[in-house]
Design a protein around this ligand. Structure first.
Ligand SMILES: [Fe+2]
Length: 316
C-alpha cells in the first residue's frame, strides 16, 4: 500500500470564496490529519476566519495533489498575491514557483495560452514589486542557479524588470509590464531548437552553432504566430544577442540600432549564463561575473547601463 504523505501550505495562499479543487487537511497530531475541505467545496471567508481565530496558519495537502495546488495558484494569482496576510517571503516563493510551472509549459508547448499565462504572471509580479518592494530583493535571492531554459528565462525576466525600473524610472507600469513579458519571452526561440543542441554537454559544432544563432529570429516569429504583436516585445526577442561592437547575432546591429530594453536584456542574459551551473561548467560568483561584464564594456555592452546593472546586485 502506498503511504499518504502530506505537505504543508500557508493558509495565506488560499483566497476566500473559491474552490481549491483538491482535498485540504488539518493537522491534529504529529502524524494525524483530518479532512478540512474536499475538492468540490468552496473555501469560505468564514472558514478562513475560524482557522485564523484558532491560530491555524497552515493547511496540508496530499503530496500527489501538488500540481492541482499549483494550478489553483496560477488561476487565482492576482487574488492570492494581494492578500494582506501573505508574507513577502511567501509572495516571492509563490511568484517563483508559479513562474517555473508556467515557463516550463511555455517552452514545452509554446501557445497563445501559455504566452497569456506568462503575461498574467508578469503583470502580477510587477504589481507585487510595486506594492511591496522588499519582494524584489527576495526574488533576486531565490533565482535558481541550475541552468535550464525555463529557469534562465525567469532569472533574466526578474533581473531585467528590476534593472528597467532603475534605468527608466519614469516608465509607466503598463510599459514595464510589456517589456517584462518581452524579457520573459526573450529565449522563446529555443523552443524551436532540438533538445540535443540545447542540452549538448560541450561546445556546439559549426552547423549547430549556426542554428542556435537563429533562435532570436525563430523566437520573434513564434511570438508573432502566437498573437504577440507588440513591437517592443518582438524587439527584445530579436536583439538580446546583439552587441554594441556590432559583432552580435543575428543581425550584427550597430550600437545605435539596438534599443535600451534589448541592451538591458543582453546584460541580464550574459550575467545569468555566467552565474548558473551546467553539467560542463561551474557557476561563477556574482563578483566574477560582474568583473567579466565590466571588462567587456563598452566594447560589447552599453557603458551607461553598467553602473545601474552592478548596483542591482550590490544592493542585495
Ligand atoms: Fe538567447
Amino acid at each position: 500500500m502506498v503511504e499518504t504523505t502530506y505537505q504543508q501550505i500557508p493558509l495565506s495562499t488560499l483566497a476566500p470564496e473559491r474552490q481549491v479543487g483538491i482535498k485540504l487537511f488539518l493537522r491534529t497530531g504529529k502524524d494525524r490529519f483530518v479532512l478540512f475541505i474536499n475538492e468540490t467545496n468552496l473555501l469560505s471567508a468564514t472558514k478562513i476566519d475560524q482557522l485564523k481565530q484558532n491560530n491555524v496558519s497552515h493547511l496540508y495537502l496530499n503530496t500527489g495533489d501538488r500540481q492541482g495546488y499549483l494550478s489553483y495558484i496560477k488561476e487565482n494569482l492576482s487574488a492570492i498575491l494581494t492578500n494582506p496576510d501573505l508574507t513577502e517571503n511567501d509572495k516571492a516563493s509563490i511568484i517563483y514557483e508559479t513562474a517555473s510551472d508556467i515557463t516550463k509549459e511555455l517552452f514545452l508547448q509554446p501557445s497563445t495560452k501559455s504566452i497569456e499565462q506568462t503575461r498574467n504572471l508578469v503583470d502580477c509580479m510587477i504589481d507585487t514589486i510595486s506594492q511591496s518592494p522588499k519582494t524584489s530583493n527576495l526574488l533576486m535571492m531565490i533565482t535558481n542557479q541550475d541552468y535550464y531554459t525555463y529557469t534562465h528565462s525567469i532569472n533574466v525576466g526578474i533581473y531585467a524588470i528590476l534593472m528597467t525600473r532603475k534605468t527608466l524610472p519614469s516608465i509607466s507600469e503598463a510599459e514595464l509590464k510589456t517589456l517584462g513579458l518581452g524579457f520573459f519571452l526573450h529565449d522563446l526561440g529555443k523552443a524551436s531548437i532540438p533538445n540535443s543542441i540545447i542540452n549538448k554537454q560541450g561546445p556546439l559544432d559549426q552547423g549547430e552553432w549556426e542554428l542556435m544563432q537563429e533562435h532570436p529570429t525563430l523566437g520573434a516569429d513564434l511570438a508573432w504566430e502566437m498573437g504577440t504583436r507588440n513591437p517592443a516585445i518582438i524587439d527584445i526577442i530579436r536583439t538580446h544577442h546583439e552587441r554594441c561592437s556590432g559583432t552580435g547575432y543575428p543581425k550584427k546591429l550597430p550600437q545605435q540600432k539596438i534599443s535600451e530594453p534589448g541592451k538591458i536584456c543582453a546584460f541580464c542574459d550574459v550575467f545569468d549564463a555566467l552565474t548558473t551551473k551546467r553539467s560542463y561548467k561551474k557557476a561563477l560568483s556574482t563578483f566574477e561575473a560582474l568583473k567579466i561584464i565590466r571588462n567587456e564594456t563598452p566594447e560589447h555592452f552599453e557603458q551607461e547601463l553598467l553602473n545601474p546593472f552592478i548596483l542591482l546586485f550590490g544592493e542585495q
